[in-house]
Design a protein around this ligand. Sequence first.
Ligand code: ZN
Length: 288
Amino acid sequence: MFKNKSDIFVLDGATGSELDRAGVDVGMPLWSAHAILEAPEILKQVHISYLEAGAQAISTNTFRTHERSLAKAGMGHRAEELTTKAVEIAQSARDEVNTGALVFGSVAPLEDCYSPKLAPLSDVCEQEHGQIICHLVNAGVDLVLIETIASAHEAVAAAKVAKGEWAMSLCMQTDVLGTLLDGTPLTNIIQAFEHAKFIGINCYPATKLAQQVKHLRSIAPNEMAIAAYGNVGHADDEGGWINTDAIDPNIFAEYAMDWVKAGASIVGGCCGTTPKTIAAIRNHCKRV
Ligand SMILES: [Zn+2]
């Protein structure tokens, strides 16, 4: 299904910011994991909204259900339970709206996003990513999506323990081409992802993503599908967030079409995007 030059495949958009918008507590350390226990119906509704907007896959709300993340809230022993429940909520939304859609099991960095220096040692990454990947696969996800990974050794470790169908999406530096946030050139580690269903770049400014996709296309194996799902803005120097014109769904969709032209066949949205963004992508993005 995922091949370079195949038809455009549309992913969903952000879950955490949609839960926040719907009034669900997304306070740290649990962040979006709160919704699994406290607001499963609202979480299901977010998935439904993306499916109705035309998403062909939805990602499980498991960004913070590693044992390590849950342990910060005294709930480490409930990792498998919460991951499984998050998958079940996504599956029930899928079964209700579009049985042909896929459920991707989301695997996030073990520590904060955009903080590659916090990534634990490789053997710890293997053990802890291996655990959540088992939970996701046992719960029946269609594909394990390891995403927003900013550290080379964490990406390689997660790829090593990945099971079933899986894909890898990375977090890159914005001012240098083809360089992970930790400074590693992607060419140094791309070999580790040769068995992935696709390789992607996510949580990157939508406005600048096309050049990174073009570079990734130039170093990826010919048959490898490329995913691109940018965000609507960028962090400022004080740790705040600045939205760009990509916050407009139609403008975001035009950027997404640029990613397609640059070589991506799988497109969607990351932080700050909404079901309207996905609907616009669905209408606007066509194979050229
Ligand atoms: Zn993001």
